[in-house]
Design a protein around this ligand. Sequence first.
Ligand code: PLP
Length: 439
Amino acid sequence: MNRIRNAPEPEEGFWLPFTAMRAFHDAPVLFERAEGMHYITPEGQRVLDMMAGLWCVNAGHAHPRVTAAIREAAGKLDFVSSFRMSHPGAFTFARRLLDAVPMMGRVFFSNSGSEAVDTALKIARAYHRARGDAGRTKFIGRAKSYHGVGFGGLSVGGIARHKRDFGPLLADVFHMPLPHDPAQRFLTARPVQDARWMAALEDILLVQDPSTVAAIIVEPVTGSGGVYPPPIGYLEGLRAICDRHGILLIFDEVITGFGRLGACTAAEALGVTPDIMTMAKGLTNGAVPMGATLVTPPVFEAFMAHPRGAPEFMHGYTYSAHPLACAAGLATLDAYQQEGMFEASARIAAPFRAALLALRDAPHVVDVRCCGLLGAVDLAPRAEAPGARGAAVADHCLAAGVLVRAAGDMMVLSPPLVVSEAQVEETVAALRRALAAVE
Ligand code: PLP
C-alpha cells in the first residue's frame, strides 16, 4: 500500500476510536509534531492537513498564542472543580465566548461535542419541566446527522451504522429526512427550498403531537454525514415551526462553529437563531478537549424560577470549565479575532469551491458539495466493495503529503481557516492524480 510507513511500531495497547484495528496495525499512520497547516511524521515528512485535524484546528496547528496560554495556565492552576466553586478564567472565557455569540446568554461547559449534545438534550427536557410542561420529552433529529457517541447524541443522530451494535437507545426520537435532492449535483450555491422538507416535519408532528416534543436538533450544515448545506429558507422554516409549537430548536455547531462559514457561527452566517447551541472542536482549536452548550436568556431564566438554594440543573462533569481548556479557548478566540481568521475563511470559500468543483470531470467523481470552508467530493463506489475506492484515494493523497478524509467513498475537506489558495490547488492536484491512479 502507498501508506506512509513510520519507523517505530505503534504499541499494541491502544484501542483506536472508529478504526479498523487490524488494518491500522498493518499500515499505521503516525504523526509526531504539527505546525500551522502541517503534520510532521517521525521521519520528518510534512503532510498538509486539509482536515484541520478532525474539523477542529481552525487556527492552524500549534498556534503560538494557544500554546503559550496552555503553558502558562498549567503552571498556575492545574485543576479546580466547577461544582459550587470555580476559577476566574472560566468566567472570563464564558463572557468572551458570549460576546462572540451575542444571541446566546449563558454557556455550560463540558469536554467534547458528545457531552455538549447530551447536555443540550437534558437542558431541553429540564427546561420544559421547569415551566410545568414535563410531558414534552420527545426529540426530532434528522437523517445523516452526527451528534456524537453518547446515548443521547447517538439516539438523535441519523447514521444507522453508528447505532447498530448498541441495543435500545432513547425512546421517543423521530427523524426528518435529509433536505437533499440527489438529482441536484455539482451545485454552485445553496439549494433552493423544497416544500417536501417542511411537509415531512409537519407529518411527524401530526402523528406525534407537537405538545409532546421537547426539541428539534440539527447540524445547520450536515458535517460528518456528508457536507449537505441547508436549502435557502430551510432553517428559517424549522425556526417558524418550532416557534409555532413551543418546541426548542437546537443547532449542533460542533463543526460549523468558529469560522467554517465565514462567521463565528452558522447561526450568524445564515441568520437563524436557535434556542440552544452546541460547540466543541474549534472552541479550543483542538488543543485541549472542551465542549460548550450555549442557551438563550429565556432558556436560562426558566431554570432560575426554581427555589433558591438547590442546584437548578442536576448535571455536570468533573472537568467542566477545566482551567487549561478555558485558557486555550480564550487564546483561540484572540487568534480568530485579532488575526481576522473568520474573514480569511469567508475570502477563501469561493476559490475553495471553484477548485473542488473543477474535479467534476475527474474519474469516479459523482458529486461535489461545498459550504463555506467545508467540502465533500463523492465518488462512485466500487461494485461489491463500498468504501474501498475512497480509502485508496485517501492513501494516495497521504503518500503525496496531503491529508484528506475518506468517509466511505466520500472525500471530505475541512482545512484550517488559514489555508492558502496555493494549498487548496495543491490538494486538488493531489486528488486529481489519486483519482486517475485508482481503479
Ligand atoms: N456533533 C457534531 C456535529 C460533530 O461533528 C461531532 C464530532 O465530529 C460531535 C457532535 C461529537 O463531538 P466529539 O467527538 O467531540 O464528542
